[in-house]
Design a binder for this molecule. Structure first.
Ligand SMILES: Nc1nc2c(c(=O)[nH]1)N[C@@H](CN(C=O)c1ccc(C(=O)N[C@@H](CCC(=O)O)C(=O)O)cc1)CN2
Ligand SMILES: [Mg+2]
Length: 282
């Protein structure tokens, strides 16, 4: 039987509907709009389009969205000053700095400056540390979306072998930590991993977040595995994932599509995080 293609768009839509009610409730209780401040430095077309999309989804959900579009030559100190002002602004509940930042700005310095209670992307090392310790914190949007998808399809995680391919700070590493917190047996694979095929063949769940088309082929997939494809690459004007979808669908039990997969959950988790951030120190 071919794999069930997980309808991530439908899952995301349902979550957004329930968030809308909570957002209205917040507005009534606090007498102000829930607000996300987004900062983008430079005009990278892909980043601009991600930020526009986040803005659109936030507004649709009833949030106030403040977008700061700074020029490429913005100095690190200037960006830090803006973040400091947003940190103490009581009308701003979440702060998001779109990455990558221009080369002359140190992303680690910036991550340290975002107030822990407004850090909706979990960039601040205090939040990242809490995540690894399994403490309550704001969870980065894409990994949070991945775990939510697995829960929505009732995937058993306890004791299952999960391979996470990719070790980025934004997706791979936090996804592995979250799955470990769910009692999965997690193996993190990356470009230097020697026996990827053997690891994947013994995995009940594969989460790929690399951005390399056809990285995961049919011969690497255990029958009945669940595949979450968080990689995206443009090939001949078409967005494709890391997994050879057409082949994988014959072996897997469930699989997420690209596009319309994990990406659809990311912005929904962002809205949820802004709401959580607003309530953290209530
Ligand atoms: N501050 C942040 N910066 C960046 C993040 C982030 O989460 N926070 N992630 C990426 C960029 N990004 C969002 O910001 C992003 C990258 C790729 C995709 C994507 O390909 N999504 C789709 C396609 C969407 C569709 O269905 O049309 C998918 O996964 O299928 C989305 C968002 C780096 N910077
Ligand atoms: Mg991402």
């Amino acid at each position: 039987m071919p794999a069930k293609v997980i309808d991530c768009k439908a899952i995301a839509k349902e979550i957004r509907e329930s968030l809308k009610m909570k957002i209205r409730e917040f507005e009534h209780r606090r007498g102000m709009k829930l607000c996300l401040a987004t900062i983008i430095v430079g005009g990278d077309p892909a980043s601009v389009s991600y930020v526009r999309n986040k803005e659109k989804v936030c507004i649709e959900a009833g949030l106030k969205s403040l977008t700061y579009e700074l020029p490429e030559e913005t100095k690190e100190e200037e960006l830090i000053e803006l973040i400091k002002s947003l940190n103490v602004n009581p009308e701003v509940h979440g702060i998001l700095v779109q990455v990558p930042l221009p080369k002359h700005i140190d992303e680690d310095h910036i991550a340290n400056m975002i107030a822990v209670h407004k850090d909706v992307d979990c960039f601040n090392p205090i939040n990242a540390g809490k995540l690894y310790r399994g403490e309550k914190c704001l969870i980065p949007c894409t990994p949070k979306g991945i775990v939510r998808i697995l829960k929505e399809v009732n995937a058993e995680l306890t004791g299952k072998n999960v391979a996470v391919i990719g070790r980025s700070n934004i997706v791979g590493k936090p996804a592995a930590a979250l799955l470990l917190n769910e009692n999965a047996t997690v193996t993190i694979c990356h470009s230097k991993t020697k026996n990827l095929k053997a690891i994947l063949l013994s995995s009940d769940i594969i989460v790929s977040a690399v951005g390399r088309p056809k990285l995961v082929t049919k011969d690497m997939i255990k029958e009945g595995a669940i595949i979450i494809d968080a990689g995206t690459t443009m090939v001949d004007g078409r967005l494709v994932g890391d997994v050879d979808f057409e082949a994988a669908i014959e072996l897997a039990s469930m699989i997420t599509p690209v596009p319309g997969g994990v990406g659809s959950m990311t912005t929904t988790m962002l809205i949820e995080n802004v709401l959580e951030a607003a309530y953290i120190y209530e």
